[in-house]
Design a protein around this ligand. Structure first.
Ligand code: SF4
Length: 170
């Protein structure tokens, strides 16, 4: 629901703090998750995730959550599913080109990210959506990634729009 979604953006900083605690807790549970089996847990965890994030963010269960980079405004609510900023069609009143009664998801993302200053990495370049992950839990994905980092399979640093801007200047 739009009102909850906007509440989440207005409270992005507090939600981010809460998420950091949550992330630490689920990461600590990794051995248990591994013992039970990631695939066995996939369905029940996805149901819980869908319920909570659906209510708070209108989550579409893309499976690769970007909320911590987008000021708690889910990019999948953009009718064009844009993951790296708005299209050129944002209206003068900051409403969506496709849905004129909805504020642009990316205008909201910018507002939320300003509240999360120092936390949100809105300038990080997001990967394209992998539709094979649709409906899957991004929480379990986070646990997997933390585990992979611990095992030394560290993912390459995320590219940032600042890097590209720097390249253009050089
Ligand atoms: S980015 Fe993906 S996982 Fe995160 S709230 Fe949006 S649809 Fe859900």
């Amino acid at each position: 629901m739009l009102a909850f979604r906007h509440w989440s953006v207005r409270n992005a900083k507090g939600l981010m703090r809460l998420y950091r605690v949550f992330e630490g807790t689920i990461a600590a549970c990794e051995p248990i998750v591994r013992a039970i089996g990631y695939e066995r847990l996939e369905k029940p965890v996805a149901v819980v995730e869908r319920g909570i994030k659906g209510a708070m963010f209108d989550c579409q269960m893309c499976g690769m959550c970007a909320l911590s980079s987008t000021g708690m405004s889910c990019p999948m609510n953009c009718p064009k599913n844009l993951r790296n900023g708005p299209c050129g069609g944002v209206r003068a009143d900051m409403m969506c080109e496709v849905k004129p009664d909805m504020p642009c998801v990316w205008v909201k993302a910018w507002e939320g990210s300003q509240d999360m200053f120092g936390e949100a990495s809105i300038l990080d370049v997001q990967k394209p959506v992998d539709n094979r992950l649709k409906g899957r839990s991004s929480w379990l994905k986070v646990i997997r990634e933390i585990r992979a980092k611990k095992d030394g399979q560290i993912a390459p640093a995320k590219a940032s729009a600042r890097d590209f801007a720097g390249d253009a200047i050089r």
